[in-house]
Design a protein around this ligand. Structure first.
Ligand SMILES: [Zn+2]
Ligand SMILES: [Zn+2]
Length: 270
């Protein structure tokens, strides 16, 4: 089993340890055919003009290094769920600068609306901290809240890849998978840690969810690695075609919701 491309990697532009050029060179060395640079949105300059300049410079570097190492290189971004209302920290105008959009929840990013600090962020941080100490429990009401937050983001935005679902703030992955299937968003099998159970993965795959294996590497040497995901998959019974970047380039899954709309329109016409 080998991934064709790694679509989630970090560089010095956020909290990664290597340059864009080093990441792309490492992907080639690993034998990949495609690589995506997806630094964190919350590390980008706040100033709109500076942010754009920074992105254009990085993108030019991605193209240069891709050419130099003869590998298809993409420039994306990993943005954030910033609260419960479906907001992310990349505007639709800024979105045009990137080849694709990865989105996830990160503990260092606070909600956009102040009061959600108390209703959403702090309760999650509390249970997250306990989890780090080995107490693995989250109240059901909070899981429902988080699930709604992630579903809202998927429904309101064009997210290509949902990064590390269920890692930091707990969600109901089955409900999240339903939204991803409807919108054509791939769910990530993150090689740092897969945060759902084999039984849930099997159920999501059987429902029609699509997945992409990513390293989420912050060090170039980890690019293209899928050892942990591989060990997880050994425990699962699934159809490998649900994983989109095994021996083939990642293409965003078809949105089932769109299919239904087109079908309904056609039925109305005839
Ligand atoms: Zn992340
Ligand atoms: Zn990441």
């Amino acid at each position: 089993m080998k991934v064709y491309g790694d679509y989630h990697t970090h560089t010095l532009d956020s909290d990664g340890l290597n340059t864009i050029d080093e990441n792309i060179a490492a992907a080639k060395k690993r034998g990949l055919f495609e690589i995506g640079i997806t630094d964190h949105a919350h590390y980008r300059p706040r100033n709109k003009k500076k942010r754009k300049e920074n992105a254009l410079m990085a993108k030019a570097q991605v193209l240069r290094s891709g050419q130099a190492y003869d590998i298809k290189a993409y420039y994306g971004i990993e943005c954030n769920v910033v609260g419960m209302d479906g907001d992310i920290d990349v505007s639709s105008e800024e979105r045009k600068l990137y080849d694709y959009l990865v989105c996830g929840i990160h503990v260092s990013v606070q909600p956009k609306k102040f009061w959600q600090l108390f209703t959403y962020y702090i309760p999650n941080m509390f249970w997250f901290a306990l989890r780090q100490m080995g107490i693995n429990w989250t109240p059901k009401s909070l899981i429902r809240k988080n699930t709604k937050a992630v579903v809202n983001v998927i429904e309101k935005n064009n997210i290509d890849i949902l990064s590390h679902p269920n890692r930091y703030f707990r969600v109901d992955v089955i409900e999240v998978a339903k939204a991803c299937i409807a919108r054509g968003t791939a769910m990530e099998l993150n090689n740092k840690k897969v945060s759902f159970r084999p039984v849930d993965f099997e159920r999501m795959a059987a429902m029609g969810a699509k997945f992409v294996i990513d390293s989420d590497s912050h060090k170039a040497e980890n690019i293209g690695r899928m050892d942990r995901v591989g060990n997880f998959l050994k425990l699962c019974d699934y159809d490998p075609s649900c994983i989109l970047n095994l021996d083939q380039p990642f293409v965003r899954p078809k949105a089932k919701l769109l299919d239904q709309i087109v079908k309904a329109v056609n039925e109305k016409k005839s």
